[in-house]
Each structure stands twice: as C-alpha cells, then as structure tokens.
Design a protein around this ligand. Sequence first.
Ligand code: PLP
Length: 426
Amino acid sequence: MSMEAMYRELGVSPRVYARGEQVLEGLRERFAEIDAVAEYNQLKVLHAMQESRVGAACFAATTGYGYDDVGRTTLEKVYAACFHTEAALVRPQITCGTHALAVALGANLLPGDELLSPVGRPYDTLEEVIGIRPSACSLREYGVTYRQVDLLPDGGFDYDGIRAAIGPKTKLITIQRSKGYATRPSFSVEEIGRLIAFCKDCKPDVVCMVDNCYGEFVERQEPSDVGADMVVGSLIKNPGGGLAPVGGYICGTERCVSRCAYRLSAPGLGQEVGANLGLMPALYQGFFLAPTVVAGALKGAIFAANLYEGLGFRVVPGGAEARHDIIQAVELGSKEAMVAFCKGIQAAAPVDSYVTPYPWDMPGYEDQVIMAAGAFVQGSSIELSADGPIRPPYAVYFQGGLTWQHAKVGILLSLQQLADAGLAEL
Ligand SMILES: *Cc1c(COP(=O)(O)O)cnc(C)c1O
C-alpha cells in the first residue's frame, strides 16, 4: 500500500495529506536543529546517569516507609546532576505538576511573606493554590500575600513595575516558563536568566522558582543553569518521557529542596521516607528517552503551527518563531472549531480512539475545558493531546506525541475534521 493509502485508511483524505507534505517540505532545516538539541540533551542525561552510578539495584521495588531506597536516592542524584542543582526531590508521591508547585511554594513561604509573579497571571490551577480565587488551604488562608506584575503589551517584562513590586515582604518570585492557557509568548531560558538576575539585583536573598512544565529539554539549558533556586515540573509531561505513570520533581538548592521534602512528607522525616512502589524502571527509562520524545513533540508543534498558519489561523508561537516549550496554541475562533479539532486528535489516539471529547467542568479550572487525549497514562500531556478552556479567543493548546509520526497523523486528522465540518478552507 502507498503511504497516501495508509493515511486514507486512518481517515486522512489525499487532499489533507498533500497539504501536509507541502508544509513539511519547508521544515527540514528546523527539524535538523531540533535533532541537534535532542542529541545534546541525550548526552547530558546519559552523563548524569553514569556519574550517579545507576545500576540494576536501582530498579528494585520498595514498600512501606521506603528507608534506604537506593533507587529513589539515585534517581534524585540523576535529576540533580542533569539540572546542575545541589539537590532534587523526584517522587511518585507528587501527584501532578500543580502538586509539585504547591509543595515548593508552601514549603518556602511562611505567614507574612509575599509571593510575586513578575510574568502576569499564573497557570489556572495555581490561582487556587495561591488563593487568587478563594480556596480551602490556599497560601492566602495561611497568611501569604500575593502580588503580580503583568507583562508589557509587547509581551516583555515590566522591569520598572517589577522593581517597584519587590519589597521587604517579597520572599519568593515565581516565573512560569510556558504560556499555559494564555496567548502570551513562552520565555526562553536566556530571558528567564535575565529576569532572575534583575530580581536578585533588586533583592539578593529572594528565592526564584521556575514553573518548568513543558519546557524540559526543549533547549540545551534549563532555568537552573541561569540562576533559578528551584525548577519544578510534572513527570507526566516532558521529563517522564511518556513512560512515567505518575510523579513530579523539584530540583534546586539544598535549602529549598529539603524544605520541600519536609512539606511533602512530614517535619523530621523529609527525604528519608517514600517507597518507590516498583516505579523506578519507568522513571529512569522515561527520563532517558525524554530528550528524543520532546524532539518528536516539538516537530509536531512546528508542523501544526505552519499548517494552520498557512490556512489563515493565528498560531502562537508563529510558524517561524523559536520554541521554548512543546505547546502550540491555535486560535480557532469558535467552540465548534475547538470541538472539531479535538475530535481529530482523539480519533488519532492509540487508546480510546472511538470516544468523542466534550467540554466539561474540570476541577481547578474556572471555565469549561475540552480535552482530547487517548493516552496510555491518564492525563499525560507528553502523549498526543489537545485541550483548552472554552473562552475567547477559542484557542486549543496542542502538545505531545510520543513519536513525531504519531503527532503528524493527529494533526492531519484535526485538519480533516475542520475541513469536513466546513470550518477550514483547504
Ligand atoms: C501543566 C501545567 C501545570 C500543572 O500541572 P498538572 O500536572 O496539570 O497539575 C502548571 N503549570 C504549567 C505551566 C503547566 O503547563
């Protein structure tokens, strides 16, 4: 069977397939750059594993308290070596990215302290963690105040505003690398480094934390290479490589990370407890594969940007722009178009390809959210997925794909759905 016929069998028409091939012609150089970053990061991870003396004993399961868990301790050494930090907390007991961020904030802010976001509104779920939206057990309930400095209209940092906002109470500065559900640009590691340097210049002892979700391995450097005291993320996104079934990480200074460990388990216990429950092989192997999995996801994001931009949709980032995370926003302009796009992504999934996604009231989010994901790991967004809150400008956020080839067919099927519904003009 020809390639075109194979695609047709999966529901992609010859016209949509041809359109995709035409777009790909122009992307060879971009793809070669992505492969070079993956190669660099593969070496970085490999070196971290060798240096930390990963051995077969690391893969054994532990239960109960998990005292002397060599697999857990060594994995934390690997993360610290890779992110170039003094310490790391990498645990299946961290349930998701929001949890990791809540632990990092809660552990390092005390009553009377102030938290500052110099990059505008944080990711939706953080609003309840912070207490921007009233919520039980928020930082606000515990007497931690919050300030925010919005980005300038051109997306740049408002340095004057930030200087004015840093005061005697400012204890921790949170910087979100990825745009999340906003249509602002994501920040490069270099830009984050400049912002951290500015903040530390205003107040040398302020703690700078970076929400690193979706950013890991996109560049050669991580925010911890440019002055961040803590970098925080989810293992069912980039660093889990698609194999980690659960978990989160916090890499950073010994002081910050040990506080996080006491907050996660209990004062006095800290990093010494936490059984690995047999998950170590997946966490190690996933981290090993993460650089190449991220490369596949990046190719998918760039392909989607160029395909949809060519059809007249606004895409963030633009097709030719540099990438700082694996997320691609496509502004579709209506709820119907969001549903059609997500249907296409869902139809391309290896799992649950037969179900239809609908908007729903998801915990932690203010607006209804639509999600398409047919993943091996529930909610994993390093696997091919698309989601977005049902609100103007009706943007879907597309991300992931364990392989570039899977991302490609998913994107083509999303366009097929839009074309079939008369919502996109080929
Ligand atoms: C996904 C994400 C989070 C939250 O992670 P969950 O695992 O969904 O809880 C936080 N910040 C950003 C920027 C994210 O992309």
